[in-house]
Design a protein around this ligand. Structure first.
Ligand code: SF4
Ligand code: SF4
Length: 275
């Protein structure tokens, strides 16, 4: 198994699978039935023992004390595969420009898109297992956990924390750097979803073309201006305000929810912004 094979599997699923389309029986409007969710993919791989994982875990202010290292998810872990699936333009261009709330297309992308992304992770796990390797998708594991902790926040840590982060693993795997919005800016933008798989298969590591966590962000502030909850400040993002807004979308659109105003139409939406 190598990055090229993983990339081929994902590209085939993205272009051929019916799961990558909004199902007619779930479409929020009839004309959305069959709309494609993702187009293309970007794949990277990190060494499971990369010291950046341990450095992140040691940074309790940023991650809390929950973050687990690859080895603690899978004994003998050697590689962390990370991939990014960008949303199709049809999903992105139809976001409601004059509303603080997500479009129907975006709501589908968040829920059906996530479901497709997890199927893609499952397919890669199957392929690795066929070759005799072990593999785990932390976000699909019964051990995956998130927490909201007021005491941790009062002590300077995050209000919301989880024991695995797809975006941080993708950063270590060379897929991109963070933006002011805390989205990960890849060479094909921020607008899409991330998946990660930890395996004991030895897979060639992809180089990081950057040396600091915010290297690709221009700090232009466009995401702060467009954020409906004013969660993005000049230097930091208030995850509590963002979380409250997402919860509000849950109450309005249940069982769906989401917000991508800090992604759609931003200079980093489709690629690394020009400085
Ligand atoms: S919109 Fe501007 S400030 Fe916000 S993440 Fe993108 S490049 Fe950075
Ligand atoms: S997801 Fe929405 S609420 Fe959260 S930071 Fe981005 S724009 Fe703001």
């Amino acid at each position: 198994m190598d990055i090229k094979i993983i990339s081929d599997i994902l590209n085939k699923m993205v272009s051929e699978s019916e799961e990558n389309r909004i199902p007619a029986e779930k479409a929020l409007r009839p004309e959305l039935a069959g709309m494609k969710i993702f187009s293309g993919c970007l794949v990277g791989c990190a060494d499971a023992a990369d010291k950046l994982f341990a450095e992140m875990k040691a940074d309790e202010k940023a991650y809390g004390d929950m973050l687990r290292l690859p080895e603690s998810w899978l004994e003998g872990a050697k590689s962390v595969i990370a991939f990014f699936l960008p949303y199709d333009d049809e999903i992105k261009v139809r976001d409601r420009p004059c509303s603080p709330y997500p479009s129907d297309e975006w709501l589908h992308a968040r829920i059906e898109g996530q479901s497709f992304m997890l199927s893609a992770c499952g397919k890669i796990v199957c392929e690795l297992e066929k070759e005799g390797y072990k593999a785990i998708v932390p976000s699909m594991s019964s051990e995956f956990a998130t927490s909201r902790d007021e005491n941790r926040a009062a002590a300077g840590g995050p209000l919301y924390a989880s024991n695995w982060s797809e975006r941080h693993a993708a950063y270590v795997a060379g897929l991109g750097t963070f933006g002011l919005s805390k989205n990960l800016i890849t060479e094909i933008g921020t607008c899409g979803r991330f998946g990660t798989i930890i395996t004991d298969a030895p897979i060639e590591v992809t180089p990081r073309k950057y040396s600091s966590p915010y290297e690709y962000c221009t700090f232009c502030g466009a995401c702060a201006v467009h954020c409906p909850s004013k969660a993005i400040g000049e230097k930091e993002k208030n995850t509590a305000l963002c979380g409250e807004f997402i919860n509000k979308t849950k109450s309005l659109f249940a069982p769906r929810y989401g917000c991508g105003k800090c992604q759609i139409g931003m200079p980093c939406e489709k690629g690394i912004p020009k400085k």
